[in-house]
Write a protein that binds this ligand. Structure first.
Ligand code: MN
Length: 709
């Protein structure tokens, strides 16, 4: 383990003295914060964050990443808070440390593959600053290097998580060196026997392979020399975990995999890459269909190289990768790579890349730019991250399954993503076990639980905040069906009401006349007609007269309208039934329904001024009554004349709600000296409830008069 002085010396290569001083200070701060704490291995705790910082120093990361690495366990494991770190080292460093701590809390549970890939994305999305990931990877790498000190069951769990989550993230960010080391360490910890067998087999094979490798290497080197090409040739050995994965995924035997000999040629320029390719194709016959030009079209993580497979002697396959020094550095360090190579002609090597993958180019270019504008170090990487990882949030179901939703998605979107029925019957939700509004946008890593009741139904207002197409479509669909359902039902009741004038019901109507009417109106079936009536597009009175049976039914006579009961209103008709704003009827009031075109049935108080001359027109109005057991709340307007004083509004509101009435609106309109009129809109269940509310209000000393409007 190097000392802090050794690290400082190394940082001299690429950081300025002030930055190095800050890194040193963060080390001493961490040392003090973790004072007395020990690792499982018995070493002082600070050796761990220090090692993580060293990993990042090897990648030549900026000073803020190094500081964050030094401090990455401080919030988690000591008394020091986010604010403590912020005041000492600034917001950026504190944010990175905070991000790393949050990742530590994520529990990866299920092993399903799809789940793992979502989890990777969630980890990435949770890191506002990509340096959070780099620090986390360094942390994980050191923990893997020292995993032996852990009890076996923990070793297995951590190894599994490393294989499923962190190694793939390193791969995604193009950090191949970190990926390979994580994979081999985790492979060894998770499958000790398999790892041992493969290792032993590799060592054995190495003896036989040595000659073949050096022969091929010599041959290629000589040929490059003849052609006057730059280029260093090295033999590559596959790492243990990749041999194992290949055996598993491609069902190949160990010897089949070992019959492949892999080489890398690293050149000085892109030109030399293509010329070296020509040289080796000249030397060995290429395998058809195996050539790949990742220089022209880099991989999404920025990887660039030429790949080709060749037929060697004695049935062996030779795999060759050809790339420049710069590409080689990117291939091993990926997003953390920031050295600056120039082509022979002085242009940026990355500029000459012909790749169409904007993302990868932007990344490499950004890295170069960052290098040039030293100081304002890593901000650009954030923009790269946005490119790599689009706008999504990842949240958990209560059972630990991960759902991917577009950013801005709410619990309603979540509910519909789970199942349409869950969406249609959701009433509220818990986010991280706390009740939260359905409209609240979800954040990465939250656990969302939807609360449903069978009688619930989607709300039109949800359309204002849902973001997923699935939720939107399902809500619209439901409401449309619902409205039709309600209209048909209301239409049926209205028609029955008027048919009763002829002593008939819907089941008695003349089928021939019905068909005639449907044809005339271009309607499909009886439900369509009823819907039309319910929506107020067609007069129930007129339809009833037309469809009435020729002969009056037994037991009733034409004109017996006085005998039958008024139609009753349940209050739940919702979409096709409205309460008139002018008189706001409540249960207990005498009511009349006005059938208004396109608006359905509008309910007024019988003596409402607006209903006036229409009242006795049986084509326009219908007498109604309230059904029993109404479970709704109804609005009423109150006019209160008060002696004004400070706090009168609050006094009125509290009094009303103490009587069980919700205050919807309250407004003091006109003042006249000390007297004032207050307009209140409150909700009550019926007239009896209203009387109770009025009584309470009248008992107030400052209330002179109170009337329902
Ligand atoms: Mn740690």
């Amino acid at each position: 383990m190097p000392t802090i002085d050794a690290l400082s010396k190394r940082l001299n290569d690429y950081l300025d003295p002030i930055q190095i001083q800050q890194v040193r200070r963060s080390f001493f701060y961490a040392e003090e914060a973790h004072d007395g704490q020990k690792r499982k291995s018995g070493e002082p705790y600070v050796t761990h964050p220090f090692a993580a910082a060293n990993v990042l120093a090897e990648l030549r990361m900026d000073h803020q990443s190094l500081m964050a690495a030094m401090l990455h366990d401080v919030i988690e494991d000591t008394d020091i808070s986010y604010e403590g770190i912020e005041s000492q080292f600034g917001k950026t460093v504190a944010d990175i440390v905070d991000g790393v701590s949050k990742l530590t809390h994520l529990e990866f549970e299920t092993k399903a593959e799809a789940q793992a890939s979502n989890f990777q994305k969630m980890v990435l999305a949770m890191a506002e600053d990509i340096r959070v990931i780099l620090v986390k990877l360094a942390d994980r790498l050191h923990n893997m290097r020292t995993l032996g000190a852990m009890p076996p069951h923990k070793q297995r769990r951590i190894a599994r998580e490393t294989l499923d989550i962190y190694a793939p993230i390193a791969a995604r960010l193009g950090m191949r060196d970190v990926q390979v080391e994580l994979e081999d360490l985790a492979f060894q910890a998770h499958f000790p026997m398999r790892s041992k067998h493969i290792r032993r087999a590799v060592v054995q094979a190495r003896g036989q392979r040595k000659d073949i490798i050096s022969t091929i290497q010599d041959t290629i080197e000589k040929r490059l020399e003849q052609e006057g090409l730059s280029g260093k040739v090295t033999g590559r050995e596959k790492h243990l975990y990749s041999i194992y994965s290949k055996m598993k995924a491609q069902r190949k035997s160990f010897s089949e995999i070992m019959d492949v000999f892999a080489f890398r040629i690293v050149t000085d320029s892109v030109d030399d890459c293509y010329r070296a390719l020509g040289a080796v194709h000249n030397l060995y016959k290429p395998v058809h269909g195996r050539f790949k030009d990742y220089i022209a079209i880099p991989k999404a993580n920025g990887y660039q190289s030429l790949h080709t497979d060749l037929f060697g002697a004695r049935d062996i396959t030779i795999e060759v990768q050809i790339r420049t020094h710069e590409m080689d550095a990117v291939a091993s360090q990926g997003i953390a790579e920031h050295s600056h190579y120039k082509n022979d002609d002085g242009t940026d090597a990355s500029e000459s890349a012909l790749g169409s993958y904007k993302r990868a180019r932007k990344w490499v270019k950004g890295l170069l730019e960052m290098h040039q504008s030293a100081g304002n170090s890593m901000e650009f990487i954030d923009s790269v991250k946005t490119d790599l990882f689009p706008d999504e949030v990842y949240v958990f179901t209560p059972l630990g399954k991960i759902l991917e939703l577009p950013s801005g998605a709410t619990a309603v979107d979540f509910a519909y993503a789970v199942h349409t029925d869950v969406g249609n019957s959701c009433v509220s939700c818990r986010i991280n076990r706390r009740l939260a509004p359905l409209s609240q946008p979800l954040e990465n890593g939250q656990t969302v639980e939807v609360i449903t009741t069978p009688s619930a139904q989607p709300n039109m207002a949800w359309l204002n905040f849902v973001v997923t197409g699935k939720a939107r479509t399902a809500i619209r669909h439901y409401l449309k069906n619902q409205q039709r359902h309600e209209s048909v039902e209301l239409g049926q009741r209205l028609l029955n009401q008027f048919l009763a004038n002829y002593g008939a019901t819907l089941s008695d109507i003349d089928q021939f006349k019905l068909r005639e009417l449907l044809n005339e109106a271009e309607l499909g079936d009886l439900d369509d007609l009823l819907e039309d009536i319910g929506l107020g597009n067609r007069m129930a009175y007129v339809v009833a007269r037309r469809l009435r049976p020729e002969t009056p039914q037994t037991g009733s006579e034409e004109g017996s309208s006085r005998n039958h009961k008024p139609m009753s209103i349940k209050g739940t008709e919702g979409m096709v039934l409205q309460y008139a704003k002018c008189c706001l009827p409540i249960p207990g009031d005498k009511i009349i329904g006005h059938i208004s075109t396109g608006r359905g049935l509008v309910i007024h108080q019988t003596d409402c001024r607006n209903i006036g001359y229409l009242r006795d027109d049986p084509e326009k109005c219908i007498y109604l009554e309230w059904s029993e057991n109404l479970d709704e709340e109804f609005s009423v307007n109150l006019k209160v004349e008060v002696e004004s004083h400070r706090g009168i509004i609050a006094e009125l509101a509290t009094t009303a709600s103490s009587a069980g009435a919700d205050v919807v609106a309250i407004d003091m309109s006109d003042h006249e000296g000390q007297f004032a009129n207050v307009q209140m809109e409150v909700t009550v269940t019926d007239r009896i409830h209203l009387a109770r509310v009025l009584k309470k209000l009248r008992n107030l000393k400052s209330v002179n008069r109170i009337t329902r409007e």
